[in-house]
Design a protein around this ligand. Structure first.
Ligand code: HEC
Ligand code: HEC
Ligand code: HEC
Length: 465
């Protein structure tokens, strides 16, 4: 009898242990899946694009990279679970407030360079997955910030953002719309919330907030221009859903467009890793947002013949022909610097690896920004199908040469007469025209002081009476 009991007890303990092991294993499985889900959300939201180090191939999410804003350089934080320098001490609720409301653990207001205006719609479920991913799936990097954000007065006063948030930060949670299909609801969430397309593609008002009525209709972005992507003829009405998917996934669409600059980074870090289902949902949503008509470049009645390029000695494939940058003639510059890849007639190669510059959205866009910036910075982009690279010409050419080259390319291949000057190129290379609030800041401050003084003066006179 005694032995029987012992045996039963041992069996019971074993069974209990087994059950708890399998439960633990199940928990571990579920947790792993949650971390994976959080990782995918972080990719769709492209957290890594900004929260990287200032060097190539740096430690993921260690921060230090400077976002160039018209107000100055804003340094991205370390968002690894480092206790000392990262967000190791953030609770999930504090994390949610930072991501959705732009308020840190210690109550500081973040600048909207952190796209909380879009992220405010992230669902509780997704916030949870993101939090678990950052806390458990990301390695703590005990790396101190290499730079600090120092903006000029009055932008250095973070409390200013409090008033701005009152005006422009939506408090409404993201809700599924019952009149939309499941795919469109998903697309809307990915485009408006996680993918934060509007932070680049929507024009901004005098206080730098997005003009929601002109959603996705195009906006300057540093020296670049994020084009109109609404389904208007001045936007991308001519693109099919699968065109959009191809562009987001690979960064190029034969005969239409290539992604350079900030869009190349978004493709490389984010869109190329997204599922086909999600990319299709995004494209389906973009295809049906309200169309907004925006100005297009006016075509000249007659192509302006800048020079007779037939007289230029051509050395295709010969690197030494790339060496002479002393000239300022746009056609000659094109021949020596661009033709070896894009062809003498701008036709590109038949496999489109070197794209045609005719019917190319950067060449025929409303302004020359993306052409100029591509010449200055080149392209280095990993897409889901290939790595592409075009050399940067910032070192070889001065602003005057870039201006005349850009004028030539736009005139020759898109029939657009820009007359860009060296100063225009200089402005683009330094982040473009400053917005109203930066240009007239001191006037605005001066005017407010005068108004306050006038009111005080008036009050004093009233009291004297
Ligand atoms: C477009 C660039 C950009 C993207 C994308 C971005 N961030 Fe940020 N984030 C910033 C910048 C810049 C700051 C610092 C802003 C400041 O100093 O006011 C910041 C600050 C933060 C902070 C506050 C940390 C602290 O204590 O200083 C958290 C948390 C954070 N981001 C999390 C995220 C997460 C999670 C994602 C992805 C879902 C994300 N960010 C995507 C630019 C970005
Ligand atoms: C970080 C800023 C940024 C973000 C975020 C961004 N874009 Fe872009 N986008 C650009 C810029 C700049 C260009 C122009 C690139 C070029 O011509 O080389 C561009 C180009 C495009 C084009 C090509 C348009 C044309 O006529 O050539 C499409 C389509 C597009 N973006 C869609 C999207 C979608 C959809 C999202 C969100 C899922 C998105 N973009 C997010 C900056 C951005
Ligand atoms: C070594 C080859 C090479 C040379 C030289 C070259 N390019 Fe490119 N160019 C490329 C590649 C590769 C791409 C991107 C293709 C892609 O995205 O699939 C590109 C893309 C472009 C684009 C589209 C960018 C956008 O934003 O949409 C323009 C415009 C352009 N090049 C203009 C020029 C001009 C002007 C020159 C001469 C200063 C030049 N290229 C020299 C290889 C080259």
């Amino acid at each position: 009898m005694k032995i029987h009991f012992k045996f039963l007890a041992i069996v019971a303990v074993m069974a209990g242990l087994l059950a708890s092991f399998s439960l633990q294993a199940e928990d571990a499985e579920a947790n792993k899946a949650l971390i994976e889900r959080g990782k995918y959300i972080a990719i769709a939201a492209d957290c890594g694009a900004c929260h990287r180090q200032a060097v190539e191939n740096g430690v993921p999410f260690a921060g230090g990279y400077a976002i160039q804003s018209p107000m100055g350089r804003i340094i991205a934080s370390n968002i690894t679970p480092s206790q000392q320098f990262g967000m190791g001490n953030y609770s999930e609720a504090q994390f949610a407030d930072a991501v959705r409301k732009g308020v840190t653990q210690d109550g500081r207001n973040l600048y909207p360079a952190m796209p909380y205006t879009a992220y405010h719609g992230i669902t509780d479920d997704d916030i949870h997955a993101l939090y678990v991913y950052f806390m458990q799936g990301v390695k703590a990097a005990d790396i101190a910030p290499t730079a600090v954000t120092r903006l000029g007065f009055p932008f250095n006063i973070r409390q200013v953002m409090w008033g701005w948030n009152l005006l422009y930060r939506s408090e409404k949670p993201f809700e599924q719309q019952t009149n939309l299909s499941e795919q469109l609801n998903r697309g809307r969430y990915l485009v408006d919330v996680l993918g934060h397309c509007s932070t680049c593609h929507t024009p901004r008002n005098m206080l730098m907030a997005e003009k929601t009525s002109l959603n996705l209709s195009g906006s300057p972005l540093g020296g670049w221009y994020a084009p109109n992507i609404t389904p208007d003829s001045s936007g991308i009405a001519g693109w099919s859903q699968s065109d959009l998917v191809t562009y987001l996934k690979t960064g190029h669409l034969a005969g239409k467009a290539q992604a350079a600059g900030p869009m190349a980074e978004a493709v490389e870090n984010s869109f190329r890793f997204m599922t086909d289902e999600d990319l299709n949902a995004m494209a389906a949503w973009i295809k049906q947002v309200p169309a907004v008509a925006t100005p297009v470049a006016t075509k000249s009645a007659q192509p302006r013949l800048l020079t007779d390029i037939n007289n230029v000695i051509i050395g295709q494939g010969d690197p030494s022909s790339l060496a002479d940058y002393s000239q300022t003639n746009g056609a000659m510059l094109y021949e020596s610097a661009c033709a070896s890849c894009h062809g003498h007639q701008g036709q590109g190669t038949s496999d489109n690896f070197y794209p045609s510059l005719i019917n190319n959205s950067a060449v025929s866009g409303p302004g020359p920004q993306n052409l100029v910036m591509t010449i200055v910075e080149g392209i280095h982009r990993k897409g889901s199908d290939s790595d592409v690279s075009m050399p940067a010409f910032a070192q070889q050419m001065n602003n005057g040469q870039i201006a005349s080259l850009s004028n030539y390319v736009r005139s020759q291949f898109a029939n657009i007469d820009d007359r860009l000057s060296a100063e225009d190129v200089q402005t683009l290379r330094h982040g473009g025209e400053p917005p109203f609030i930066v240009r007239y800041l001191y006037w605005l401050i001066g005017a407010s002081i005068v108004i306050v003084l006038l009111i005080l003066f008036g009050l004093m006179r009233l009291r004297k009476r």
